[in-house]
Write a protein that binds this ligand. Structure first.
Ligand SMILES: Nc1nc2c(c(=O)[nH]1)N[C@H]1C(S)=C(S)[C@@H](COP(=O)(O)OP(=O)(O)OC[C@H]3O[C@@H](n4cnc5c(=O)[nH]c(N)nc54)[C@H](O)[C@@H]3O)O[C@H]1N2
Ligand SMILES: Nc1nc2c(c(=O)[nH]1)N[C@H]1C(S)=C(S)[C@@H](COP(=O)(O)OP(=O)(O)OC[C@H]3O[C@@H](n4cnc5c(=O)[nH]c(N)nc54)[C@H](O)[C@@H]3O)O[C@H]1N2
Ligand code: SF4
Ligand SMILES: [Mo]
Length: 702
């Protein structure tokens, strides 16, 4: 059955309508797509995450389906002129297969790399991981999820033995008496989520936000802590220090459900609130008010997002907040807990099915012999033929074209020329490849560098599943067939696998892939064996783990035990350390980056939508009026932000909502305004997460 015919069955037989989810962020708002005349209309749909709401990006998502910039034919770079020229699919795929063979013959299997994305469906993420390990037999695969929630994932596994962004349904936020958001700006990054926070407020709950900027989210908070970027770990340790001195620890919980508290207690003893106030700028009184609000509430939730996590100490910072949550007895207590706000549409599922360097499907470890045996069995190959772990994204991109590094790369669902740290350097690495292949539906900045560009289907043209920030597996329903000339990512992998004589099957039908994924994940941490497309449709999604088709799913984790060998959560002693690049006389200011409501990620998609372009037409640099005065900069003046790696130029936005020692830029633009020309390439030693959220810069009027 074609995707569209299958989905029409779901929408009551009306082929011009489909119930699906937004293509963008991890909230995965429910929407209905309707074909009216020659356009596709987006209507919001009641779903537990968005409750009938959509943000501007969701409302306008269908505009890209028939956009004039849409790619509808493969492009191959002409060796004579150096330009990308339209080609047939056969020519483009042959060119790729020949290029891969040449590189692997000359330089070994690991000389070909794959770079995936957290926006790919589960089926595609699974197929891509399998393609790398079985068709290419390379260890080099990683993906942009490494830029995203890898620090929270590592800390979650360390403490709880499992990484599921929210271990409870989102609606729990609305019932929490106290909610602490650390480095999260959902008013701009997940606007319909604010409905749950409105519920919380109506019920008399307290919202506390930790952010160096007075964001749209911080403005709604009862208390806003405005720390220097990169000091969250110290703040968390000070909070735990105060909880100890004020007797707010849940001793029974710590004794019954955790291990390792004594060492953490000793560590945080040294985090005197007054010292942490000097380091972070957060007043002691605010630290105390925060702990009391958390420690005396009947229910409390602590959430982290990229502001806390995108640091070279991101894992330890998350661990510090997890320690606090455990000491207060929150994880597993009804209505309470710790969670991470996952970012991309399938940021959660994308990290479960094997596109991460060290993983196999079902959140299995690629260096675990039992995991290799199981997955190789499903794939019908010898476990000894599966490669070992590769390296994290930045290390991978930085090694491209260097002696011993990969010489060819296939990119599915990312635009690293804009989104990678130290992007100018990464761009030059990409230029040095023998073969760069990009599958996309638009000519992203990365696709523009490719030797072969493959035009692929968009979200409204394919079936599949996505796993949202709650760990809820959802169904993406096709509204219509892809336009002529366009193929699906899965079909591309099918064709390439055949040309490379892959020793396993690569079905193009997502239903077939999902059936295989269920088997491959069975028995793993992220067990999807009991999830079926029908069950997803019948139940408003299915929460993993769900091992049994006739058994329950798991909306809430940790009620009775944690996923560790002894069932207890593990405290992790962590200590503050400064940012990788301290400020100095030449680079005296802190630079941090993030998002605006109307643009998404590297901007490939949203910069092409007229209404979003009007709302957020170009990059900018936020600076405090005192700093602007000192630099002689007025609102709208073009400024230059320079670091040791490079510079960006964009108009100044002078605002008292940012700390005077810090400047901020969104990362959604390429070219002169590219924030990642400036960012640091320091990474977390455990997760490989880059330090997107702090480096040292100099700012001047351009
Ligand atoms: N509009 C829009 N929405 C999106 C996306 C998008 O690109 N655009 N992307 C999606 C994705 S993939 C993701 S990962 C999420 C990200 O969602 P968020 O994490 O909410 O987004 P960011 O803007 O990256 O960072 C949040 C906040 O961290 C603050 N911050 C900076 N440095 C620090 C620090 O050192 N400490 C603390 N505590 N805070 C700091 C910033 O000021 C910013 O307000 O958004 C998702 N939703
Ligand atoms: N300075 C700074 N840099 C950052 C961040 C930050 O906060 N600050 N945040 C980081 C984070 S959290 C993230 S998630 C990354 C995201 O940054 P990227 O990885 O660049 O993500 P996108 O811009 O979403 O890129 C997706 C690309 O794939 C295409 N695409 C979308 N869906 C599909 C599909 O199904 N198949 C195929 N083949 N292509 C598809 C889109 O058109 C687009 O070109 O950026 C990171 N970079
Ligand atoms: S909040 Fe996220 S999922 Fe919802 S409409 Fe906006 S971009 Fe789409
Ligand atoms: Mo992300």
């Amino acid at each position: 059955m074609t995707d569209r015919a299958r989905s029409a069955t779901r929408s009551g037989g009306d082929p011009r309508q489909a119930e699906t989810h937004c293509p963008y962020c991890a909230l995965q708002c429910g929407m209905v797509l309707r074909e009216t005349g020659d356009r596709v209309e987006v209507l919001p749909r009641q779903f537990p995450t968005n409750r009938g709401g959509l943000c501007q990006k969701g409302w306008t998502a269908a505009e890209l389906l028939d956009h004039p910039d849409r790619l509808t034919t493969p492009l191959v770079r002409d060796p004579a002129t150096g330009e990308l020229r339209p080609a047939t699919w056969a020519a483009a795929l042959d060119r790729i297969a020949a290029g891969i063979r040449a590189v692997q013959t000359g330089h070994g299997r690991d000389a070909v790399a794959v770079f995936g994305g957290g926006g790919l469906t589960n089926e595609k993420a699974y197929a891509l991981g399998k393609f790398a390990r079985v068709a290419l037999r390379t260890r080099h695969i990683d993906y942009n999820g490494r830029w995203c929630m890898s620090s929270a994932a590592a800390a979650g596994i360390r403490a709880f033995g499992v990484d599921r962004g929210l271990p409870f349904p989102l609606a729990d936020l609305g019932r929490a008496e106290t909610l602490l958001l650390v480095g999260a700006n959902p008013a701009e990054t997940m606007p319909p989520l604010m409905r749950h926070l409105a519920d919380q407020r109506e019920r008399g709950g307290r919202l506390i936000v930790v952010d160096p900027r007075v964001t749209a989210t911080a403005r709604q908070a009862d208390l806003h802590l405005q720390p220097l970027p990169g000091t969250d770990l110290a703040v968390a340790n000070a909070l735990l220090h105060i909880a100890l001195t004020e007797g707010l620890i849940d001793k029974d919980y710590v004794a019954a459900r955790t291990t390792g508290f004594d060492e953490v207690r000793r560590t945080v003893a040294g985090y005197w609130p007054a010292e942490v106030e000097r380091l972070s700028g957060v007043p002691v009184a605010d630290l105390e008010a925060t702990v009391r609000a958390l420690g005396t509430a009947r229910s409390a939730i602590i959430l982290t997002a990229r502001g806390a996590e995108q640091h070279a100490k991101g894992v330890d910072t998350v661990s510090a907040f997890v320690n606090l949550a455990l000491a207060l007895g929150l994880p597993g207590r009804p209505g309470s807990g710790y969670g991470c706000l996952t970012g991309q549409g399938n940021g959660q599922g994308g990290r479960e099915h094997g596109q991460k360097a060290d993983q196999l499907p079902g959140y299995r470890k690629i260096d675990d012999p039992a995991a290799r045996e199981h997955v190789a069995g499903v794939w019908g190959v010898d476990p000894d033929d599966l490669p070992g772990p590769g390296v994290p994204a930045y290390q991978l991109l930085d090694s491209l074209g260097t002696p011993g590094g990969p010489r060819a790369m296939l990119v599915f669902g990312s635009n690293p020329v804009v989104s990678a740290p130290r992007a100018a350097h990464i761009e030059s690495r990409l230029r040095g490849l023998d073969l760069l292949v990009v599958a996309d539906f638009l000519l992203s900045e990365t696709a523009a560098l490719a030797d072969v560009v493959l035009p692929v289907a968009q979200w409204a043209e394919e079936d599949g599943t996505m796993t949202n920030l709650e760990g809820r597996v959802l169904r993406r329903h096709a509204l219509r067939e892809p336009p002529p000339g366009v193929r699906t990512d899965l079909a591309v992998l099918t064709e390439l696998a055949a040309r490379l004589d892959a020793p396993a099957s690569f079905p193009a039908d997502p239903a077939e892939v999902f059936t295989e994924l269920r088997r491959a994940s069975a028995g793993g941490v992220a067990d999807y064996a009991g999830v079926s497309w029908e069950r997803i449709d019948a139940d408003e999604g299915v929460f993993w783990p769900c091992p049994d088709p006739d058994g329950p799913d798991t909306p809430r984790l940790f009620a009775d035990s944690f996923a560790t060998p002894d069932g207890r959560a593990r405290f992790q002693p962590v200590t503050h350390r400064p940012a990788a690049e301290p400020v100095c006389a030449d680079y005296p200011l802190h630079f941090t980056t993030g998002r605006v409501l109307a643009q998404y990620q590297s901007g490939t998609q949203t910069r092409r939508v007229a209404a979003l372009r009007r709302a957020a037409p170009n990059g900018f640099v936020e600076l405090h009026p005192d700093l602007a005065d000192r630099l002689g900069v007025a609102e709208g003046d073009e400024v230059r932000v320079a670091s040791r790696r490079g510079e960006l130029r964009a108009p100044a936005r002078v605002t008292p909502t940012i700390r005077p020692d810090t400047v901020f830029a969104p990362f959604h633009w390429g070219g002169a305004a590219r924030a990642n020309s400036v960012t640091s390439d320091a990474t977390d030693p455990v997760s490989g997460m880059p330090e997107f959220k702090i480096c040292a810069v100099r700012v001047e009027k351009a």
